[in-house]
Design a protein around this ligand. Sequence first.
Ligand SMILES: [Zn+2]
Length: 410
Amino acid sequence: MHRLLMAWLAVIGLMIVSGGGVAAEEPSATPLIAYAARIAGDESRARIVIDFDRKPQFTLHYTAAPARLIVDLDETTFGFGDSDLAPKGLFTDIRYGRMGAGASRLVLTARRPFKAVLAEARENEPGKGFRLILDSEMTSADEFAALVKNQTWDAEKVAGGKTPRVAPAETPQAGPESDAIIIAIDAGHGGIDTGALGASGKTVEKDVTLAFAKTLADQLNAKPGFRAFLTRSDDTFVSLPERVTIARQGKARLFISLHADTLRQKGIRGATVYTISDRASDKLAEGLAERENLSDDIAGLEVKDEPEEVADILIDLTRRETQAFSIQLAEHVVKSFEGQIELINNPLRHAGFRVLQAPDVPSVLLELGFMSNAEDEKLLTSKAWRDKVSTLIADAAVAYFKANGVLRGG
Ligand SMILES: [Zn+2]
């Protein structure tokens, strides 16, 4: 690189560093200090947060086979323990270290194609420097290949320059349908996870939910202004966090998960509408959520009990708002079902369903009936009943959006 250009870039770098307002005395001479780090997430997405003493400048690029994201930083002293950033979930390996004079690097290796959806340095509370937030999500092999291909990876710039370049995260979207209200329909279970077995011994839950999901998607797609898509459209296994991620990536404004489980009490029948909650509303809800959450164990995935996200006040606020909307939606569904189909006592319940964890997509889980009950099983496999209940759910979705002023006529 040209010397003059180098010098100029160094000046820009200086300006950027001192522009952060901290450590103006000895800007670029002293390495950055990364004093703490943490990671959260699952096999479909991850959030990494690293605390720095000053505002870090960084660039990102991808490499393929294996899928990697490389984060180039100014020279950094990594002061946190290895276990703080131990690979987990989406990432199989995380490395970081010095790359020679003036440069350091963080390398994230993923188990599948992925993309950075957020890469940002935010200011911590006064005197505590900045934190680098890196959010990654699984993506298709095609999208990942496009990310690798289309990036302008300039080795010199990364080594010598300080050009901050944020994640080339592309969100497939827009187009003529971008105004449509998008709804994700989630057929419970699938593949190796068959779900519950009917009283007759012939019906399996994963087939009931898929048939139902397709009917419901058709019903919604027939409504002007709506577009529904399925989190699975055939008999394949999709993990619970993947379902959440698929809904979020598809820009869903509602997430409806369909189930039909069993109970030891064969007499109990009727539909139940669930929303998420830390504490279950009752024993029945608690037991059901536990069984539904087993899905990933059945497929041999490692499931960890830990907070979904690294605590972030914005996410907490969003979550609370989303929960209020979820409850609203659940109330509309119950109202639509009343007098039309069998409901259990207190049909509005809540528990810790892992599939309802999207912080920003109002989500409900419908137990359409109980396969352990012979009458319910008959209905659950009947096309006429499926059509009727799908219509009621689609009507509830319309009522919900009308009540929130998204659709006219409410
Ligand atoms: Zn189920």
